[in-house]
Design a protein around this ligand. Structure first.
Ligand code: PEP
Ligand code: MN
Length: 339
């Protein structure tokens, strides 16, 4: 339930409504808006009786929230969230490019790629230090050494860095080095990890699980917001289907649906969706046309030597082409806030 205050409501009236909500054993979450404050009612077990609050001074309206997720929904916050990372704004009318190798392999590899993707127009650098691999025999990432390399990339290029936290054990360490922390597809329903992300001061990317419904994906993001961290981005990276022509199937209708349902920025990872280089540029074009706020793209200067995901990594020259093409599409369509 959402208690919408009148635009003339005083701070004392708002405090009194918060106290009334908490007095009933619920959690009150004030959400400042452009013109007025709304107060979300959380942690209610069953339906909340609107008459408890509708007559209080300063209350304009009491609206039931129909969705299972609350904080991520447009019912709670109609206007788009914009997440700021350094000088980069992500969401609502901005288009953000995050690019880099699947895995951090060496300082030279990362610096080479970072300089190339920055020149092409990427604002953020990506690279995994802790890698979630299907096989325990595959390269697992450089771990803490990889994080130090990412720190060097930030220092040398000025680009903020995005990297994955695989578990709660290494979350604190990743937090020390990363500008943005990624929760990977395989961890989308790792609830202790999501709760830890909710207590983090860093922005979080919540990737969609490869078999997750939109409700489950939004509920995963809800965990992070519920913990107090509102700087959350969603990332569609393909779901598993019967298709064999690609590693996964990029679900662009989910992007359209989620942009309507949630105020959070939605980015698309065409690389893990495609699994092969030749599909990455076409899928990127489509993602921007459908209204994604940005892309997360794997790029490698020597993909044939990459320690992971070489087949889907673009050559830097291809990434340049991608940047040029999607900027033209973005400027032609200028995604509008669906509200
Ligand atoms: C990645 O971004 O490198 C990654 C492992 O992605 P996903 O969790 O989507 O598979
Ligand atoms: Mn990868």
């Amino acid at each position: 339930m959402l208690v919408v205050m009148s635009h003339r409501a005083t701070p004392e009236e708002i405090d009194a409504v918060v106290a009334a909500i908490e007095g009933k054993g619920y959690t009150a979450r004030p959400i400042p808006g452009g013109e007025r404050v709304a107060i979300g009612v959380l942690h209610n077990k069953g339906a909340v009786d609107a008459t408890h609050f509708s007559g209080l001074p300063g209350v304009k309206d009491v609206i039931p929230v129909t969705r299972p997720y609350k904080l991520v929904s447009r019912e709670f916050q109609p206007q788009d969230t914009v997440v700021h990372v350094g000088d980069t704004a992500i969401g609502n009318g901005h288009m953000t490019l995050i690019a880099g190798p699947c895995a951090v392999e060496s300082e030279e590899q990362c610096l080479t790629i970072a300089r190339k993707v920055k020149d092409a127009g990427a604002q953020l650098f990506r690279g995994g230090a802790f890698k979630p691999r299907t096989s325990p025999y595959s390269f697992q990432g450089l771990g803490a050494e990889g994080l130090k390399i990412l720190e060097t990339v930030r220092k040398e290029t000025g680009m903020p860095v995005v990297t994955e936290a695989l578990d709660t054990d290494n979350f604190g360490l990743v937090e020390e080095y990363a500008d943005v922390i990624q929760i990977g597809a395989r961890n989308m329903q790792n609830f202790s990890l999501l709760r830890r992300a909710g207590r983090s001061p860093r922005p979080i990317i919540v990737k969609r699980g490869m078999a997750a419904t939109i409700d489950e994906w939004l509920m995963a993001a809800e965990y992070v917001l519920e913990g107090g961290n509102t700087r959350v981005m969603l990332c569609e990276r393909g779901v598993r289907t019967f298709a064999h022509h690609s590693r996964n199937t990029l679900d662009l209708s989910a992007v359209a649906a989620v942009c309507k349902e949630s105020h959070l920025p939605v980015i698309v990872d065409p690389s893990h969706a495609a699994g092969r280089r030749d599909q990455v540029i076409p899928l990127s074009r489509a993602a921007i046309a459908v209204g994604a706020h940005g892309l997360l793209v794997e790029v490698h200067h020597k993909p044939e030597e990459a320690l992971s995901d070489g087949a889907q990594s673009l050559y830097p020259e291809q990434f340049q082409v991608l940047c040029r093409e999607i900027r033209a599409i973005f400027n032609a369509f200028k995604p509008v806030d669906p509200v």
